[in-house]
Design a protein around this ligand. Structure first.
Ligand code: CA
Length: 523
């Protein structure tokens, strides 16, 4: 603390000297003001893979709960102290649907990307099923070029930022399109720099000793590209990506060119490997062996956030940089690869990754925008991943733009300006007409859900059953009140069905009848 104060005092002293020198040298002051007034903010989206709402020491619920005590994320706590915490932020239940939704502003049902995309082209990833076959979804992902089969042709916002003069950087996991399609390469989606992003959804290895999966003769789709200089140096993947990010944003900061950094960690997706910097403390704390590794992946990710925040401050770029923390789906709760009892890893939320229950879709989100968000504020208005598209463009003052697609997202700028902003009339939708994993679980496989106000309805396509929850009193979705509120079920079914039809959302095909599963409002 004393050290920090000294530094800050020195910076103030230094600034005063520069100012005095410039005033006396005449003329140069105008130049300084112009340089200092880079009017458009830098924007960083710090995207963590598969991070659950409870995978942090920062409580997103009303109180500190047992899982908050398990993990250590001091830099998330710091970001929340300096910015706004969103307690009702949503992503889709799995990777590619969320990532494409963010880049295009489309709901994943509208983009028809409702399951993760394989790195191999033309390879639907649905598990086999006795009842359903999955219908024709866009299993090759996002494409900036028309005419590529099984892709959504859309304009990605990094392209619009780049066109508006932003220096656009992607670091880490991409997973927007399959190999052999243009969307596999982030540079085709508007990024000027791409480091380590390609078609794969997870790393083969986090370890430099394994060359991150590039050992001769041992390569796979999941071998992480571009990090040769770290091979054998003992640098954990999370740290290597952080170092690359910091190196890359130095130039736009020095040039006073606004930048967008898509800091997309491979952490904390499986393979669940120990981050050696933090592993032992969780072993000593008595955690299950897999969960000790998992906790170390989380703390390594949190250190990356802190390193980037420290760097911004050291370059005096922190006041003009927006930092948005986000995850692409809820925490994995299937065992294996997780340890402990199945579907308990996000408690009090129900289930986890792959599920339309809260454990699969409610994620940690924090936004720090100096001079706009008030420090240590909490927003409870729900937001969803497609909202990033219009919000980020508005932050960058890119107001007039053309897109191939129709945007579904809504800017959350009003919330950033007023944490108490409330809109209960909005509906947000989650749609997985796919078989994500071989075994069904709570809200997992062939499910849709809609949230409006405090109401949440889940529609199970297998037996056409509906559950209704009041999230205000029951965010754990343990008390199904559908039978007591038939009019709410009917109204949410109608809203969900109407929107899915408007988006031409896919539904699975019943193998016995060769008819698609009915929409939630069909008899
Ligand atoms: Ca993910």
């Amino acid at each position: 603390m004393k050290f920090n104060l000294n530094i800050s005092a020195k910076i103030k002293q230094y600034s005063l000297c520069v100012l005095t020198a410039l005033v006396f040298s005449g003329g140069s002051f105008a130049q300084l003001s112009k340089k200092q007034s880079q009017s458009r903010p830098n924007i960083i989206v710090f995207m963590v893979d598969d991070m659950g709402w409870m995978d942090t020491s920062l409580p997103f619920g009303e109180s500190v709960m047992p899982l908050n005590k398990r993990y250590h994320t001091p830099n998330m706590e710091r970001l929340a102290r300096e910015g706004m915490k969103f307690t009702n932020a949503y992503a889709q239940p799995v990777c590619t649907p969320t990532r494409v939704s963010m880049l295009t502003g489309m709901n994943s049902a509208h983009a028809r990307i409702t399951n993760w995309t394989s790195p191999a082209k033309n390879s639907p990833t649905d598990a086999g099923d006795n009842q359903f076959s999955s219908s024709e979804w866009n299993y090759n992902g996002l494409s900036p070029v028309a005419g590529i089969p099984h892709t959504i042709h859309a304009t990605a916002f990094p392209q619009l930022l780049k066109d508006a003069g932003y220096f656009t950087v992607h670091i880490g996991k991409a997973h927007w399109g399959s190999s052999g399609t243009p969307g596999a390469n982030p540079m085709n989606l508007g990024f000027i720099v791409n480091i380590a992003g390609h078609s794969a959804g997870h790393p083969q290895s986090y370890l430099s000793e394994d060359f991150y999966g590039n050992k001769p003769g041992k390569g796979s789709w999941q071998s992480v590209p571009d990090l040769q200089e770290y091979y054998g140096t003992g640098t954990f993947l999370t740290d290597a990506l952080t170092k690359e990010a910091i190196k890359t944003i130095e130039k736009p900061i020095n040039d006073k060119q606004p930048f967008y950094l898509n800091m997309a960690h491979y952490a904390i997706h499986d393979p669940i490997m120990a981050d050696p910097r933090y592993h032992q403390k969780y072993v000593d704390a008595g955690l299950d062996p897999i969960e000790a590794k998992y906790a170390s992946l989380i703390e390594g990710m949190d250190t990356s956030l802190g390193d980037i925040m420290d760097y911004l401050r050291s370059k005096k770029a922190d006041k003009n940089t927006i930092v948005i923390f986000m995850s692409d789906n809820g925490g994995l709760s299937t065992v294996p690869p997780r340890g402990g009892p199945e579907h308990t890893q996000n408690l009090p939320l129900k289930a986890g990754k792959g599920s339309v229950n809260e454990g699969g879709i409610r994620v940690p989100m924090i936004v720090k925008w100096p001079s706009v968000t008030k420090p240590a504020t909490i927003a409870s208005q729900y937001v969803i991943i497609e909202d990033f598209f219009p919000t980020l463009l508005e932050m960058a003052k890119v107001i007039k733009y053309k897109t191939i697609q129709t945007i579904d997202g809504k800017s959350f700028m009003p919330i950033l300006k007023n944490a108490n902003f409330k809109d209960d009339s909005r509906s947000i939708i989650f749609h997985i007409p796919n078989k994500w994993t071989a075994v069904d679980g709570p809200g997992i496989n062939y499910q849709s859900a809609i949230r409006k106000g405090d109401w949440k309805m889940v529609y199970d396509m297998r037996d056409r059953s509906k559950q209704l929850y009041n999230l205000k009193t029951d965010k754990g979705e343990s008390n199904d009140v559908a039978a007591k509120n038939p009019e709410v079920v009917q109204s949410l079914s109608a809203a969900l069905g109407k929107q899915l039809r408007q988006w031409k959302a896919t539904m699975p095909l019943d193998k016995r009848t060769n008819i698609t599963a009915p929409m939630p409002d069909e008899n």
